[in-house]
Design a protein around this ligand. Structure first.
Ligand SMILES: [Zn+2]
Length: 110
């Protein structure tokens, strides 16, 4: 049984018209996705582990991970990343612990 680990979640995706697939040369077919990574404990999201990117061509299925993305796709990814927010539920576990600590502190006074 896995108690903790990393999970991926697609925060935002877009198919920019100007990107031409380097593999099959088709336009308007490259889907760029911003992926949020979160660390979880017993499947409860605990803390954000940053963002990453992936692009897939819907025509030829060529996939690029962020590290080997061609520059034109990388630029589109950066643009998309600016507008992709880390969801608050990535921190569910952390917020839960903070609330518990606060409850414990306050319970001393009441
Ligand atoms: Zn392609």
């Amino acid at each position: 049984m896995i108690l903790f680990g990393k999970k991926h979640f697609v925060l935002k995706h877009q198919t920019p018209k100007e990107i031409i697939c380097p593999n099959c040369n088709s336009e308007n077919s490259t889907k760029v996705s911003v992926i949020g990574i979160y660390k979880h404990l017993i499947h409860i999201p605990f803390i954000s582990g940053g963002k990453s990117g992936i692009s897939t061509c819907t025509n030829c299925n060529e996939t690029f991970r962020f590290l080997n993305m061609p520059n034109s796709i990388k630029l589109a990814y950066y643009e998309l990343k600016e507008t992709a927010k880390t969801p608050i539920w990535f921190y569910t576990g952390l917020i839960g612990i903070k609330v518990l600590v606060l409850v414990k502190i306050f319970s001393r006074y009441f």
